[in-house]
Design a protein around this ligand. Sequence first.
Ligand SMILES: Cc1cc2nc3c(=O)[nH]c(=O)nc-3n(C[C@H](O)[C@H](O)[C@H](O)COP(=O)(O)O)c2cc1C
Length: 236
Amino acid sequence: MEKDQTRREFLTAAGVAVAAGTVGYAQAAEAQTAIAPDLGKQAGEPVKVIAVCCSPRKGKSTATALKTALEGAKEAGARVQVELVELADLAIDGGPAVGLPLAPGQKDDFPAVAAKLTDPSVRGIIIGTPVYFSGMSYLCKAFMDRWMAFRKSFALADKVAGVLACGGARNGGQEVTIRSVQDALFCHDMIVVGAGRPTSRFGAVVWSKGEDKDSLAASKNLGRRVAKIALALAGK
Ligand SMILES: Cc1cc2nc3c(=O)[nH]c(=O)nc-3n(C[C@H](O)[C@H](O)[C@H](O)COP(=O)(O)O)c2cc1C
């Protein structure tokens, strides 16, 4: 009994109303269709694409590849505005995702990043992570777990999302890493896209060694594709 209450309290606090059984599927479906009319309301306004770098090392290979992705995004149209957010300097603790309080006085930068991502002008989000043993970085996982906060209102629903993974090996598990981040994005009703043509794969597979032309092409294509779909959804 005590265990059940704790779980309910946690789910409610985390905003998982559907999972907690407080909202029926019919209401949830209604909420979902209510999101769609927002699309197209931004006609003529800027369409922003934010790239979030989940490397604990600021300005390194993952950040460099994301900058290339954002160049690609800008190529999609004059209305596209871009921003790179590096988590390296920020305090993002996974604990609050499971209801664990921060220590007194502990800094938490997640709300500031969350405000950026949920801004209506942000129509595209690119998540970039280094590959750590064929998976996302610990910082990426903590950050994505904090997205529990978005599930209450599905605040990121219908935003376009793409993923970039940077490894130290040519074939070091980038694709499985991309897929695991994409799985999390699907939980938020985001419109998940891969790297566009001509590379057209799951996302941007990046090799950190030097100026690898395939990595550059995949990064640029991913950014261009995210922005292109975001522009199409935003309306003329
Ligand atoms: C703990 C750890 C595990 C790693 N595992 C892999 C791996 O499985 N595959 C791979 O290609 N590179 C692996 N790497 C290398 C990093 O992915 C690579 O150095 C990447 O460029 C780091 O990104 P950054 O330069 O943005 O920090 C690993 C590095 C660390 C620190």
